[in-house]
Design a protein around this ligand. Structure first.
Ligand SMILES: Cc1cc2nc3c(=O)[nH]c(=O)nc-3n(C[C@H](O)[C@H](O)[C@H](O)COP(=O)(O)OP(=O)(O)OC[C@H]3O[C@@H](n4cnc5c(N)ncnc54)[C@H](O)[C@@H]3O)c2cc1C
Length: 377
């Protein structure tokens, strides 16, 4: 495989790293502690072209592509993973609209979404379990010149701050997707879920009770709503999680390496102890391997592979980088001794953030099911 980064991608990495160091690093711990949605920082990522990074310029995006997006998410997450997770989730609804929406929907919503003047959430998961979305119980009934939605969604990222939600619901034995605007009667975000990590990104329950939307709010062809959402979850959600995982791992590794060189025991830095070096080596090799898998998956999408055809590569990237993120963050806590669990060293929050990635955009076991299917097919 012939791949390397373009000049534009290298430049983007430098720009995003500068942004993260200057504007996120000094505030990451405080933002995490406060747990409020980082609106100002989310808007800044849009100014840098990162929210609409895989969206065509025709609709207000920067069109830099999937590998560029992976690099940007990795750099943001190296410093402040919750904002990387925002960049994982916000483009998901944008992607659904761009790939399945009508021309009117694209012109009406995409430019404001790419500028982060408005936010869009994607709601598939229900209390019946996310891994089998065909078991969902939310319904959409055709009624005159519109649709009426009833049901409940859980774990919906940015659900409570979103101006717009793509909701997938069952119509008899088919699944449709709809746009529901904030303020529509019958649509509420009654509860924010309590989470161990990614604390400043709200993940909420959404409720739809006799919620009526006009017929032009159907997204994609009738009966193809779940397929459109699953394609976005693969192409944008899983690759995004891989980018966040790389950032969690890289940030944890750098913190551990810095500490190991500065901490002196027995008259020398602990980095000289082979036991510590071996942990650093495991971290270093895991990150390198994960990065290759993740960049390859994004690159395949940039080469025009469909989310389905690139599905196993995307699953490998998500599976492996998330294992690496959790392993590296846990090892970093160990390298730092007692300092590892204090907030000043910024490794414990990364470990908490890494845990959230295990189930996000599909569990590790579901990734294995996808890869397994591709091997034995
Ligand atoms: C931080 C975060 C953000 C999220 N954001 C969103 C969002 O914005 N929108 C949204 O719709 N959802 C969102 N989710 C939900 C996410 O998509 C689900 O958590 C995920 O699909 C798994 O569903 P579940 O948690 O209900 O686990 P379940 O599906 O109940 O799985 C339970 C267990 O069974 C295992 N399992 C399931 N199927 C198989 C199988 N075939 N073989 C072997 N083992 C299996 C799983 O791996 C898991 O260990 C988010 C989740 C998190 C953690």
């Amino acid at each position: 495989m012939d791949f390397g980064l373009t000049k534009q991608q290298e430049m983007l990495r430098n720009v995003v790293r500068e942004f993260a160091e200057a504007e996120l690093a000094p505030r990451a711990a405080e933002l995490d502690e406060r747990g409020e949605f980082p609106l100002e920082q989310a808007r800044r990522t849009a100014e840098l072209g990162l929210v609409g990074i895989v969206t065509s310029p025709e609709y207000g995006g920067s069109g830099m592509g999937h590998l560029a997006r992976m690099i940007a998410i990795e750099e943001v997450s190296r410093v402040y993973p919750p904002l990387g997770f925002f960049l994982q989730v916000a483009p998901m609804g944008i992607y659904i609209l761009e790939t399945a929406g009508t021309e009117d929907q694209k012109r009406k919503y995409l430019p404001a979404l790419c500028r982060a003047e408005k936010f869009i959430a994607t709601a598939v998961t229900e209390p019946t379990g996310g891994s089998d979305p065909t078991a969902m119980q939310s319904t959409a009934r055709a009624d005159g010149d519109g649709w009426v939605l009833n049901g409940r969604k859980v774990f919906i990222t940015i659900g409570e701050v979103a101006d717009l939600v793509v909701v997938v619901a069952r119509t008899d034995d088919k699944f449709n997707a709809f746009l529901v605007e904030k303020g529509t009667p019958g649509f509420e975000a009654p509860r924010r879920e309590k989470h161990a990590g990614l604390r400043s990104i709200p993940v909420s329950e959404l409720a739809f009770t006799g919620c009526r939307v006009p017929k032009e709010n159907l997204v994609g062809q009738e009966g193809r709503g779940l397929a459109a959402a699953l394609a976005a979850i693969a192409a944008v959600g899983r690759t995004g999680v891989a980018g966040v995982a790389l950032g969690v791992a890289q940030g944890s590794y750098e913190a551990a390496l810095r500490f190991a060189k500065e901490r002196r025991l027995y008259g020398r830095p602990v980095a000289d102890l082979q036991a510590i070096q071996f942990m650093l080596v495991d971290m270093n090799v895991g990150i390198e391997a994960g990065r290759l898998l993740a960049y390859k998956a994004a690159w395949l999408l940039d080469q025009g592979k469909s989310p389905r055809d690139a599905g196993a590569d995307i699953a490998r990237a998500k599976l492996y980088t998330v294992y690496v993120a959790n392993d590296v963050a846990a090892k970093a806590v160990e390298v730092l001794g007692a300092c590892g669990t204090t907030p000043e060293y910024h490794v414990i929050r990364r470990l908490r953030d890494g845990l959230e990635l295990l189930a996000a955009a599909g569990t590790q076991q579901v990734m294995k099911v996808i890869i397994g299917g591709s091997i034995v097919r």
